[in-house]
Design a protein around this ligand. Structure first.
Ligand code: SF4
Ligand code: SF4
Length: 435
């Protein structure tokens, strides 16, 4: 079977400090959960409970407020004992409700009722997804209900793309989820196809995951939906929307298909959509890759939303030595963790702690014009030139700024730069500011 890969740039990204991709371990329930009111791209959810209130597992505690905002739910039963505020590394003020565990669980460990979705309209499915606060869990947390609205307003055909591309080793948790919750991911894809009125589901699987691709090839779709499996490259950043879309357009042309608009979602989001629509359950937990050179026993964990990051590391045996860098996401694109009391949220697909030797140590040096950054940029930009432009106090070229806007912040250039210059971040920040 042909493998479709984006044509230029990218890196083979390996990291021996990620957790093994064998199976997940369920983390202990936290005595106190810290549930932030921003776990999405838009405005803070409005709290609908007060300090002192008792909340049930899965109960609405924050109501989303418009575009980009999503409902927030209690992930364990208990008493609201506090509201805390902090500033994240992304300079966002966030508030969280602190819930002390008490009372009985209504979902955990009980047989779950399942509901048939086949008779629901696309609007009814979207309403359930909005009520349950489902967001894109592999990205910045765009509410899925907003995404569905945007796609349904299009007049062109729509193809739903299941993105099972593990080009970044820190996606170990997504891989394990795909294996352990295969049926949920699959049914989540068909539910989403119905909600968005897509008539085709494409399983885009990275080439080294042949066993997963084989499982998708045996799938029997519901009536009216065509399915296909496309093997794609595993060079980073193949899962990026731009690079994935590029290879799917090549596939479309070669196969003589009309794919139309591509609705791309990952396995964690699709499993959450399944749980919302079929089990009437909001996002209570998520799979997280926990690792890095500073962590004693890296592992993939199933963690309740609201568990403090410090507790997650403690369950992995704690630290070997004082970490130099702690962050969520992947080392190429991660956000710094300011305090170990910060919680796991809907979008925390990985948390890692790195020793100085893994961070690289030492300050950045000047550019030596080696050209490595140009070689790996998948967009074909010149990161050296753009970085110098971004750092310069006199901006003379509109053309250069136009190119800077094309940077999608994949971090490939930074990963290979021998002078350890923060290329991607500086270029993107400058392009966003417009200077
Ligand atoms: S990789 Fe770093 S040192 Fe080499 S040309 Fe690019 S910016 Fe300069
Ligand atoms: S971060 Fe931007 S400039 Fe650097 S490789 Fe990626 S797209 Fe190119």
């Amino acid at each position: 079977m042909k493998v479709y890969a984006f044509p230029r740039g990218g890196i083979r990204y390996e990291d021996t400090t990620v957790p093994p991709r064998t199976s997940s371990v369920t983390a202990f329930l936290p005595g106190f959960s810290v549930i932030p009111l921003i776990q999405h791209t838009g405005p803070r959810a409005f709290p609908v409970v007060n300090i002192g209130d008792y909340v049930r597992e899965g109960m609405l505690i924050g109501r989303g407020q418009g575009l980009g905002s999503a409902n927030i739910h209690a992930t364990a039963p208990g008493r609201v004992v506090n509201m805390v505020s902090w500033k994240t590394a992304a300079d966002i003020n966030n508030d969280a409700l602190v819930i002390r565990l008490e009372g009985r669980f209504e979902k955990l460990g009980r047989k779950e009722d399942s509901f048939r979705w086949e008779g629901l309209s696309s609007f009814e499915i979207q309403r359930i997804i909005a009520d349950m606060g489902i967001v894109e869990m592999e990205g910045v947390g765009a509410p899925v209900s907003d995404i569905l609205s945007a796609f349904r307003s299009l007049s062109e055909p729509i193809s739903m793309v299941v993105r099972c591309i593990f080009d970044d080793p820190w996606l170990a948790a997504d891989y394990v989820l795909c294996k352990e919750r295969f049926q949920a991911v699959l049914e989540g894809a068909f539910i989403t196809a119905r909600a968005s009125r897509a008539n085709r589901v494409i399983f885009a699987v990275s080439e080294q995951e042949k066993d997963l691709a084989g499982s998708f090839r045996t799938v029997q779709p519901p009536g009216g939906i065509e399915v296909s499996t496309v093997l794609v490259g595993s060079r980073y950043p193949q899962r990026n929307r731009r690079e994935l879309e590029m290879v799917l357009r090549i596939y479309e042309k070669k196969e003589g298909l009309t794919l139309g608009a591509l609705l791309i979602l990952g396995p964690a989001t699709l499993a959450a959509i399944h749980d919302a629509v079929k089990l009437n359950k909001p996002i209570l937990d998520r799979y997280v890759s926990v690792g890095g050179s500073a962590v004693k026993n890296p592992q993939v964990m199933k963690v309740r939303i609201g568990t403090r990051i410090g507790e997650v590391f403690a369950e992995c045996g704690g630290f070997i030595d004082k970490p130099k860098r702690i962050a969520t996401g992947s080392p190429l694109l991660g956000w710094a963790v300011v305090d170990l009391d910060e919680p796991i949220i809907k979008t925390s697909f990985a948390v890692f702690a790195l020793l100085e030797k893994q961070v690289g140590g030492g300050p950045s040096r000047g550019c030596i014009s080696c050209g490595e950054c140009r070689r790996v940029c998948p967009v074909g930009l010149d990161p050296e030139e753009l970085y110098k432009w971004a750092k310069s106090s006199v901006k003379t070229s509109d053309e250069t700024q136009g190119r800077a806007v094309e940077c999608h912040g994949c971090g490939c250039c930074e990963a290979v730069c021998p002078s350890r210059l923060p290329l991607g971040k500086v270029i993107q920040d400058s392009a966003l500011r417009g200077n």
